[in-house]
Design a protein around this ligand. Structure first.
Ligand SMILES: *Cc1c(COP(=O)(O)O)cnc(C)c1O
Length: 219
């Protein structure tokens, strides 16, 4: 059985979904995975995504998983299926503005900084209440708040990774109860990559983002 099928089955047993992370991979490498039945792909750079997407089938659901600059939002707004990396009020406002121009709803996740090591991106858990209330006060018509995303530290310590994922789930539940109770779309916890997706599934991930395990190591 192809590796992707095995991994997909394991993910589905946990009631989760796979985002196949195709960054740095060629159109033909992506087509191989597409031909195995995979339709959800993730990229972290807007330019690379724009370069590849028109050469690939139109029924692919593209997810933007990496840091997103405000001036790039307009390029992806017409087609993106989900943005995993909302980490500022300004970015949320810009996605809403571009989506409004197109009258197109865009599902988004709030990226939370869960790693105990220093990382650049994501909303600090200690700021999450401030962020969520400001976000809701700011208002948005075209954003579909769909959950949270986080990346664990790149460490071997599995207890630490599990603890970080657990904290993301706790943050998710808190946000849902306090701010999104009447929003059935707020249900995704995007966590888990090639090295830690099994831990993430155990800790309640609903969406794992796997690249190298499926496509092979990146150069
Ligand atoms: C590259 C990347 C992944 C996938 O990483 P792998 O270790 O190759 O599975 C997942 N999430 C984000 C945000 C990434 O940038």
């Amino acid at each position: 059985m192809a590796l992707i099928k095995e991994i997909t089955q394991e993910i589905e047993r946990h009631g989760a979904r796979l985002v196949a992370v195709s960054k740095t991979k060629s159109v033909s490498e992506i087509m191989k995975i597409y031909n195995e039945g995979q339709r959800v792909f993730g990229e972290n750079r807007v330019q690379e995504l724009m370069d590849k997407k028109d050469l690939l089938p139109g029924d692919i659901q593209w997810h933007l998983i990496g840091h997103l600059q405000r001036n790039k939002v307009k390029y992806i707004a017409p087609f993106i299926s989900m943005i995993h990396s909302i980490d500022s009020l300004e970015l949320a406002a810009e996605v809403d503005r571009q989506a409004a121009k197109l009258k197109r709803k865009i599902p988004v996740l709030l990226q939370i900084r869960i790693a105990e090591e220093e990382t650049k991106f994501g909303i600090s858990p200690s700021m999450i209440d401030q962020f969520a209330s400001d976000l809701l006060r700011q208002g948005s018509t075209y954003l579909v708040f769909s959950g949270v995303m986080g990346m664990a530290s790149f460490v071997d310590d599995e207890d630490q990774i599990a603890r970080e994922f657990r904290n993301l789930k706790i943050t998710f539940e808190h946000l849902r109860k306090q701010y999104f109770m009447d929003n059935p779309d707020f249900r995704e916890i995007s966590m888990g990559m090639s090295g830690d997706y099994k831990i993430a599934l155990t800790e309640g991930s609903t969406m794992v983002r796997i690249g190298s395990l499926i496509f092979g190591a990146r150069n």
